[in-house]
Design a protein. Structure first.
Length: 160
């Protein structure tokens, strides 16, 4: 249950706005346990859009591939997973697998590519700091930093 209806309504507004952009990408930002998944469930209920557990779905499809095949195929596989929903709005949770250094991927670019043909709403374990989108801490092997462009975002911290 979401106690702060204003933040849930703000998410729905961002999703509507994203539909008019080149990259139709909305990131829900916050640390683990901050309520990002709860917001996705709210959007799922209001929009009748599916939530994809990215970690689970990719793990199922990547397990039989070699390390080199995984690097080459992950974008195509992710597109297949998202495309199989056959909806205009797709909600994505548990993206951590995309940051695995062994996959040699750029998670934000993957999401942006997916968001050209549909609206993607994804959770992101990070924040906006000094005008930069951050994932993980600088000393962490999965650390990423991006300019805050070509996506919309909602900062979440402890809404549950």
């Amino acid at each position: 249950m979401i106690e702060r209806k204003d933040i849930a309504d703000e998410l729905l507004d961002l999703i509507r706005q994203a539909g008019m952009l080149y990259y139709r990408l909305v990131l829900i930002l916050g640390p683990v346990g901050s309520g990002k998944t709860t917001l996705l469930r709210y959007a799922e209920d209001k929009l009748s859009s599916p939530i994809i557990n990215v970690g689970l779905e990719l793990s199922r499809r990547l397990i039989s591939l070699t390390a080199e095949q995984r690097k080459l195929e992950i974008g195509t596989i992710l597109e297949e997973v998202v495309g199989s929903t056959r909806t205009d709005i797709v909600l994505m949770d548990n993206l951590e697998v995309l940051f695995d250094p062994g996959l040699e991927q750029d998670p934000l670019r993957l999401l942006q590519g997916l968001s050209r043909n549909r609206t993607i709403v994804a959770t992101w374990n990070g924040s906006i700091t000094d005008g930069q989108l951050i994932y993980a801490e600088p000393q962490h092997f999965e650390y990423r930093k991006y300019k805050t462009q070509d996506f919309l975002f909602l900062n979440v911290d402890g809404i549950e």
